[in-house]
Design a protein around this ligand. Structure first.
Ligand SMILES: *[C@@H]1O[C@H](CO)[C@@H](O)[C@H](O)[C@H]1NC(C)=O
Ligand SMILES: *[C@@H]1O[C@H](CO)[C@@H](O)[C@H](O)[C@H]1NC(C)=O
Ligand SMILES: [Zn+2]
Ligand SMILES: [Zn+2]
Length: 435
């Protein structure tokens, strides 16, 4: 039996119009309104003028709390010394977290401008001032839409990203208990403003440090046969360490061993008793990382013994814990591509190759079922090229702030909306590493 075709078409049309159009609000225009933009820029500049090192972010933390108070956002403080954890939404599960780091670096700013660091020897040279401003921006947007949130957004203002394990302390303080997904980002000098970059799977390397003391027997430089020369032994150790990656690692599995410190004697005519060397190692999987660690120790001890020296190796875990690999959840990558694509245009979502740098955001991959880290571009071809992070000439392009704020807010908002629908949950467990 043949039914008249127009009847089908009417059904199809009725169906199309009955389905509500994409109901998620567009946060980018809000973040770009001039009053909103000026407020975020002001927050960022106030933080920039008073940079604070890890676990000393007292002024920064106070500023954050004052802004959250002004928005009516509730928070916990102190968490991990100076950290602040805000809550927007129903106060009930699901919980999705957004993270910003607050700390500055111990270096002198070389940029001459109105809001230059007022603290000698300290500088926001990694853009964490911008990260805080953008998370506050996201908090404001989400608070304006709090009645539409289908769960709770947890706002993590974290201390001490630059090496002192602030993320680990936040986790130990319970900041991400019951959180099922977390998003974090870094401003990137090498990406274009209005674009974002990421990839599924490993995105930042796991990293560790080592220090070795190579001990011989000192003496007169002109009578070497009466000494056991630790300088020669240490030199051979350093060369042998370079053969671990070049001869033992899979060339397609990126790894690094770098000796960055060599301290020995202090006179031209004295062979010292001992030499100290130190450095870092990086890898993209737990297996490769642990293999490097084992071989670094073996090579140092065995190679030193060739020249009759003894060696001890310390991996300095008390001073600085190993950073795990930062692994992006595949499900959250799909979510990111959809949300960021709708917000910024799909051609502005770029693939990012993995980086040998490491991020303490990686600690969250051990504590939260699904984690996601991405980069927010800053470069504008109409401006001078930007300097890389940790340069004394580093500057933020403040034009990036609305993009980061709106994207943060949208990722969380739509995550909660999505996890209310009966489709399979996003909380896939990462096969991440515990180092
Ligand atoms: C190395 O250690 C052994 C065993 O403790 C010791 O006998 C030897 O003197 C040490 N060698 C040096 C150069 O310190
Ligand atoms: C890039 O800079 C120009 C000139 O200052 C500006 O007009 C434009 O809006 C900037 N682009 C973005 C995406 O902000
Ligand atoms: Zn940094
Ligand atoms: Zn940083």
């Amino acid at each position: 039996m043949v039914v008249a075709k127009p009847f089908y078409w009417i059904l199809v049309l009725v169906f199309l119009f009955a389905v509500p159009a994409n109901s998620s609000p567009d946060f980018l225009p809000r973040a770009r309104e001039s009053e909103f933009y000026e407020w975020m820029v002001g927050v960022r500049r106030r933080i920039h003028e008073y940079p604070e090192l890890g676990y000393q972010e007292f002024k920064t933390s106070e500023l954050i709390r004052n802004e959250l108070d002004a928005m009516g956002v509730q928070y916990k403080y102190p968490v991990a010394v100076t950290g602040v954890v805000g809550y927007v939404g129903t106060g009930k599960p699901p919980f999705v977290a957004l993270r910003a780091d607050m700390d500055a670096l111990a270096m002198q700013e070389s940029v001459e401008w109105e809001h230059k660091s007022k603290v000698a020897g300290k500088m926001h040279a990694c853009g964490h001032d911008g990260h805080v401003a953008m998370l506050l921006g996201a908090a404001k947007i989400l608070q304006e839409h709090r009645n539409e949130l289908k769960g709770t957004v947890v706002l993590l203002f974290q201390p001490a990203e630059e090496g002192a394990g602030g993320a680990k302390k936040m986790i130990e303080a319970g900041a991400v208990d019951n959180v099922e997904a977390i998003f974090g980002f870094h401003l990137a000098a090498d990406g274009t403003v209005g674009t974002v970059q990421s990839r599924p799977g490993p995105i930042m390397a796991g990293s560790g440090f080592f220090e070795a003391t190579i001990t011989g027997k000192g003496g007169h430089a002109a009578i070497p046969h009466h000494t056991i020369d630790p300088i020669i032994a240490a030199s051979n150790v350093i060369v042998s360490l370079q053969h671990i990656v070049s001869r033992e690692a899979d060339p397609l599995d990126s790894q690094v061993v770098t000796v960055a410190k060599f301290q020995g004697g202090s006179a031209f005519n004295v062979i010292p008793d001992s030499v100290s060397i130190g450095g870092t190692f990086r890898a993209f999987s737990k297996e490769s990382f642990l293999q490097l660690k084992q071989r670094i120790e073996e090579v140092i001890v065995a190679q030193a013994s060739v020249q009759r020296c003894n060696a001890t190796v310390d991996f300095l875990k008390e001073r600085q814990p190993f950073f795990p690999v930062t692994v992006n959840s595949k499900d959250l990558h799909e979510h990111f591509e959809k949300v960021a694509g709708e917000l910024l245009g799909f051609n502005n979502i770029k693939d990012r190759p993995p980086l040998m740098g490491s991020e303490d955001f990686a600690f969250f991959t051990e504590a939260v079922p699904a984690t996601y880290y991405y980069f927010v571009g800053m470069q504008n071809d109409s401006h001078a090229p930007l300097h890389p992070a940790h340069s004394p000439h580093f500057q933020i392009n403040e034009e990036s702030l609305p993009y980061g704020a709106a994207l943060h807010a949208s990722l969380a908002f739509q995550y909660l909306s999505k996890s209310q629908t009966p489709s399979p949950p996003v909380g896939e467990k990462n096969s991440h590493d515990e180092l």
